[in-house]
Design a protein around this ligand. Structure first.
Ligand SMILES: NC(=O)C1=CN([C@@H]2O[C@H](COP(=O)(O)OP(=O)(O)OC[C@H]3O[C@@H](n4cnc5c(N)ncnc54)[C@H](O)[C@@H]3O)[C@@H](O)[C@H]2O)C=CC1
Ligand SMILES: O=C(CO)COP(=O)(O)O
Length: 344
């Protein structure tokens, strides 16, 4: 496997950062779907504002990347993930290994719903589930942790978690990604680690809102700690293990994303806190903020499953109904809560 290039599918901010990390150890093929973008990447050696490592070769061909690479890192937003897997599936074989970096969920509602239809976990999928549903790939994993693309591209010290039930996926991920400035931890709880990356985006949006309202570090500390409890509560209900949430992919990523203007979810929240509507805030952003879609999905799931994630529900009202950000904060502050930790 070592002489083969490694494939990264998706050349946005994170796909490009992952390609550059991998290029420290291997040749890399980086797929972008737009042929003009690929030509420009090849000539200017730039992708998503980042300089491309000399060992990264851009490609526009899914067939080429699947044929030449045994290990593939799909890193596209969750909204395009299933379509991508459907398009790629004809080129994929059981010997492929896939480690995705996408921090979102996929919602599949039947076109013809029975009159008593209730949305359940059977309609909400993580990206590893999509890979297994749409392709013949078996050895699947994910990559999650405090990995802000802008900081990775500056070469700052950082670390990630490779999660998979297959030890060989974890070991392969470590071999490919580990370098002087980049550590890689392993975790067998694939679902839990995927959910960490997905759910922390909700709390990042909330943190941005607090910042947009001009609130300080005490309120952020309160949010991060209650946010972690909510992530664990939801994560457990959706099949993750508590221990993953208190590791690098959980608390580690939560801290990074709730305190950085480099986070798109935080930035979007900040715009809302300053008074923008969701439509206005989205209109000002060029990159994906997965938390917006995740809040909608968790709201629908919570409603039908009888679970009550307080922060997520309040965010839903701010983003999709007519609650103001100030009212949302007042509502949360008045909510009667008195047990600090109730999940251990
Ligand atoms: N940017 C970051 O710091 C990090 C992002 N992530 C996650 O990585 C995923 C991707 O995020 P970014 O790269 O930042 O997004 P981005 O908004 O910078 O770029 C997304 C890229 O995916 C491409 N794309 C979308 N659908 C596609 C499809 N069907 N086929 C091929 N290409 C497609 C777009 O053309 C675009 O180039 C998200 O789920 C995000 O949560 C995870 C860790 C860090
Ligand atoms: O997940 C991330 C860092 O680990 C990136 O977060 P954003 O998608 O909010 O930029």
């Amino acid at each position: 496997m070592s002489n083969k290039p490694v494939g990264v599918v998706g050349a946005g901010s994170f796909g490009t950062a992952v390609a550059n990390l991998l290029a420290r150890n291997s040749d890399v093929l980086l797929y972008a779907r737009n042929a003009d973008t690929v030509n420009e990447m090849a000539t200017k050696r730039l992708s998503a504002g980042q300089q491309l490592h000399e060992r990264v070769t851009p490609t526009n061909s899914l067939e080429e990347i699947a044929t030449k690479c045994n290990v593939l890192f799909p890193v596209v937003p969750s909204s395009g993930f299933r379509d991508l897997m459907v398009s790629m599936s004809q080129y994929l074989r059981p010997y492929h290994m896939m480690i995705h970096g996408t921090k979102g969920l996929d919602l599949r509602i039947p076109e013809e719903k029975p009159h008593d239809f209730v949305l359940s976990q059977d309609h909400v999928f993580t990206m590893s589930e999509i890979i297994k549903q749409e392709t013949v790939v078996v050895r699947v994993g994910c990559l999650a942790g405090p990995n802000l693309a802008s900081e990775l591209s500056s070469g700052d010290p950082a670390a990630t978690v490779i999660a998979s039930p297959f030890n060989e996926v974890i070991e392969q991920g470590k071999t490919l990604l580990r370098s002087e400035n980049f550590q890689v931890y392993g975790n067998a709880d694939l679902r839990g680690v995927e959910l960490c990356g997905v759910l922390k985006n909700i709390i990042a949006v909330a943190s941005g809102i607090l910042a947009g309202l001009g609130l300080g570090e005490n309120s952020r500390g309160l949010l991060v700690s209650r946010g972690l409890v909510e992530m664990i509560y939801l994560g457990k209900a959706l099949g993750g293990e508590i221990s993953s949430f208190i590791g690098l992919a959980g608390i580690g990523d939560l801290v990074a994303t709730t305190s950085s203007a480099s986070s798109r979810n935080y930035t979007l929240g900040q715009k809302i806190g300053k008074g923008a509507t969701l439509e206005q805030a989205l209109g000002e952003m060029e990159e994906v903020a997965e938390g917006i879609n995740t809040i909608r999905i968790i709201h629908q799931l919570a409603e039908s499953q009888g679970i009550k994630p307080l922060i997520t529900e309040t965010l839903y009202k701010i983003l999709y109904e007519d609650m103001t950000a100030e009212k949302g904060v007042n509502y949360l502050m008045r909510y009667p809560s008195n047990i600090d930790i109730d999940f251990i």
